[in-house]
Write a protein that binds this ligand. Structure first.
Ligand code: F0G
Length: 351
């Protein structure tokens, strides 16, 4: 029986006897050891944290379960978020479970089809914003400042508290924090949460070391790398198409305190990593998730010595989120045949 993030980590989360304890099965995601990419990058111990195995298919569920539980505790009836897609799917799922009125604001033309399908099916109210994620976030902040509607973006501190549990799990699985944690950066909540988790775990003596936090933005949306907001962010990885990250300071703190880095990867590098993860490791993640591995590949190509390091790449969401992009990949083989043995034998070169 899965305990879920609230029950499993209640001693380390801001929950009390009035907080409703429930789960949709979030957390306890697999840490899978790399078979092939580890060799390609010259690292003996590389792992992928499969956050796409969460109930709505992304890491957002870890924080959403706590944000929604606290909303229920406070007697809230209505939640709202702005999203590139995954936060909206997660809010819609937990909102549906709790019977809350859930409204999601998403950029009109820039949300992957699987994510919109989830929001529709979970029954959320969907506001298509004629603008980008940053525009949507601005308007929901204004809305929640004026009306009694609870904001469940990662500006909500409970989201960060819930998401930090991923660090706890990695330490439990490895017996220590890794030397490096590679993670995609969009609105920068997740890198902030992981760092908080690792620091808390170190303070509780669950780990002697802290990882270097290696955050990767998409080149067309690399506000933190450039040191200024990007008015019109662009990238194929729509989940991280964010021009002015809300948790900018948290990301910089994680980078600086850990002696890590925040760098960018191009769409080509993201797509190469996306294909490698699927075809060399058997793992289907979404393009934004591949930014973490793209960052690792970039580092190894720059000659950074990784051999004796323990490395974890966070794969933040499942590949099924973005079926259009996945279907646009070049198939290894795909053609049409009549249902006849001879024809398929010929096609497969079997004589
Ligand atoms: N990976 C995926 C699959 C995401 O959906 C996101 C963010 C990130 C990485 C980056 O995480 O924002 O905490 O730095 N998605 C947000 C959303 C923006 O609305 O679903 P972050």
């Amino acid at each position: 029986m899965i305990r879920g993030v609230l029950e499993r980590y209640k001693s380390y989360l801001p929950v009390n006897e009035k907080t409703p304890m429930f789960t949709l099965g979030e957390g306890d995601t697999p840490l899978v050891r790399s078979k092939t990419i580890s060799q390609e990058v010259g690292c003996d111990e590389l792992y992928f944290k499969l956050e796409g195995c969460n109930p709505s298919g992304s890491f957002k569920d870890r924080g959403m379960v706590l944000a929604v539980a606290k909303a229920m505790e406070e007697g809230g009836e209505s939640i709202v978020c702005a999203s590139t897609g995954n936060t909206s799917a997660s809010a819609a799922a937990y909102g549906a479970y709790c019977g809350l009125e859930t409204t999601v604001f998403v950029p009109k033309n820039n949300i992957a089809r699987g994510k919109l399908a989830q929001a529709i099916t979970y029954g959320a109210r969907i506001i298509l914003i004629d603008g980008n994620f940053d525009d949507a976030l601005k308007v929901v902040r204004e809305l929640t400042a004026k009306h009694p509607i609870i904001l469940v973006n990662s500006l909500n501190p409970y989201r960060i508290e819930g998401q930090k549990t991923a660090s706890f799990e990695i330490i439990e699985d490895l017996g220590t924090a890794p030397d490096y944690l590679f993670i995609p950066v969009g609105n920068a909540g997740n890198i902030t949460a992981y760092w908080q988790g690792f620091v808390e775990a170190r303070n509780m003596e669950w780990t002697a070391i802290l990882p270097k936090m290696m955050g990767f933005q998409a080149e067309g949306a690399a506000a933190i790398v450039r040191g200024r907001p990007i008015a019109k962010p662009e990238t194929i990885a729509s989940a991280i198409r964010v021009g002015n990250p809300a948790s900018w300071d948290g990301a910089v703190k994680a980078r600086d305190e850990s002696n890590g880095t925040i760098d960018s990867v191009t769409d080509e590098e993201i797509m190469e990593a996306y294909e490698w993860i699927a075809r060399k490791e058997g793992i289907f993640c979404e393009p934004a998730s591949a930014a973490s591995v793209a960052g690792l590949i970039k580092l190894s190509r720059n000659g950074v010595h990784l051999k004796d390091s323990k490395i974890v790449c966070v794969l933040t969401g499942t590949g099924l989120k973005d079926p259009d992009l996945a279907s646009s990949m070049e198939p290894v083989f795909m053609d049409e045949y009549p249902p006849q043995l001879e024809a398929v034998e010929r096609a497969l070169g079997l004589h």
